[in-house]
Ligand binder design. Structure first.
Ligand SMILES: *Cc1c(COP(=O)(O)O)cnc(C)c1O
Length: 403
């Protein structure tokens, strides 16, 4: 049974901190990390938490405290990771369509860098030659992931250097003396099928022969966690076993060890997050009953952006008679969290909790409609602590001139 916060605990937190409110459960993150360690026991592997999933500095500090490394999507995330106390050697920056100046900044910070275009790779080679080991992000032309918006490795994807351009990469290496330490792929998010990772390994092992200084095969993130009732996630135990076997075989066959890197985001933090909202109004309209809540797509955009499913519980009336509701937001835009969802009877003032709210929820929030971003609370060792204040009017004006 996974570590969870109870309805009573969540109701109490909503009362104390107000709503809408993000609550994260530290021990659940630690538990997920321990699952990974157990599944990959004996394998030559390192894990880098994909910080963009949930970036609050207190979360980054917790991630560091459990011994996990960190993967960044911008140089600012790398700066935050440094601020959280990560050593540069434990920070990875997987870039995508960025200016070369940002790669130079990352180099100055002394962190690992994965470069995803021939153009930046050439500039890096010309400037740094063999002096700074680097990774290349390849596009393996594998279709995988929960939906097209979160599929990143297929043959029409903008991410990475297409595999068919490998000869151009090799020419660049010859020309500039680049030290290629890592080959990287990230094929998407919510990849359930272990075979997709196995194919990725196969693709990179094939290419590895061209890179005599290679030390790392980085397989990105994308482990699936269950969102809908009855759904299952990626079989991490099977994946761990497979990675251990494949990498051992590689070493036996080619006489050199390679280390596997992974960059899990969702897997570590999704289920640790709860988003609590209060029902403002009930509005019967035709067949439907709308439950209008005190939040919207400005705070949690995944359902409207990706069509994502999030479990919703009525934590104020869990034993109530079940009825169908459309749970909708308060933004001037269609912002439906759930349609025709069977939920215990909802009354105005009830608290609903949206589950799996740890990954890509707060981080994608905005000030749209000039609403305040929610507060964030971290529960650790049974104690709740505010880790971000709810916005105030000044936060909406910050940066504006002529006020
Ligand atoms: C977003 C991202 C991840 C994390 O993906 P999850 O689905 O959250 O595990 C890992 N690596 C890279 C390069 C990413 O862009």
């Amino acid at each position: 049974m996974a570590t969870e916060l109870s309805h009573e605990q969540l109701v109490a937190l909503a009362g104390e901190y107000g709503t809408p409110l993000y609550v994260y459960h530290a021990e659940r993150i630690g538990e997920q990390y321990n699952h990974l360690l157990a599944a990959f026991r004996g394998a030559n592997v390192r894990f880098f938490y994909a910080a963009k999933a949930l970036t609050n500095i207190n979360i980054l500090r917790y991630i560091k405290s459990i011994g996990c490394n960190v993967d960044c999507s911008s140089v600012n995330e790398a700066r935050l990771a440094l601020l959280a106390g990560f050593d540069p050697t434990n920070i990875l920056y997987t870039s995508n369509n960025i200016a070369f100046e940002e790669i130079e900044e990352a180099q100055r910070l002394g962190i690992h860098i994965n470069i995803d275009s021939l153009s930046n790779l050439r500039k890096f080679g010309l400037k740094f030659g063999h002096s700074y080991p680097v990774g290349i992000r390849l596009r393996p032309n594998i279709m995988a992931g929960g939906n097209l918006k979160i599929s990143t490795g297929h043959a029409d994807s903008k991410f990475g250097i297409p595999l068919e351009q490998i000869n151009e990469v090799l020419d660049l290496v010859k020309e500039t003396g680049l030290f290629i330490r890592t080959l990287h792929i990230h094929t998407g998010s919510e990849i359930k099928d272990v075979e997709v990772f196995a194919r990725g390994i196969e693709v990179l092992f094939d290419v590895a022969a061209h890179f005599p200084e290679l030390e790392v095969i980085d397989l990105g993130g994308g482990f699936k966690v269950p969102y809908e009732p009855g759904e299952t996630g990626t079989d991490i135990a099977l994946l761990g076993k497979k990675v251990k076997e494949e990498f051992e075989q590689y070493e036996k066959k080619y006489g050199r060890p390679l280390q596997a890197w992974f960059e899990p985001g969702k897997f570590l933090v999704s289920e640790a997050g709860y988003f609590i909202t209060k029902v403002n109004v009930l509005k019967p309209a035709g067949q439907a009953v709308f439950a209008g809540v005190d939040t919207g797509l400005n705070h949690l955009i995944r359902p409207m952006f990706y069509g994502s499913y999030h479990v919703i519980d009525n934590i104020s009336n869990p034993g109530g008679e079940k009825k169908f509701y459309n749970v909708v937001g308060n933004i001037c835009e269609t912002d439906t969290f759930a349609e025709n969802r069977l939920l215990p009877e909802i009354r105005e003032g009830d608290y609903l909790v949206i589950r799996n709210a740890g990954a890509y929820c707060f981080e994608m929030s905005s000030h749209y409609n000039s609403r305040f971003k929610p507060a964030e609370v971290l529960v650790k060792e049974g104690e709740a602590r505010l880790i971000r204040k709810r916005d105030e009017l000044e936060d909406l004006l910050r940066g504006q001139v002529g006020v």
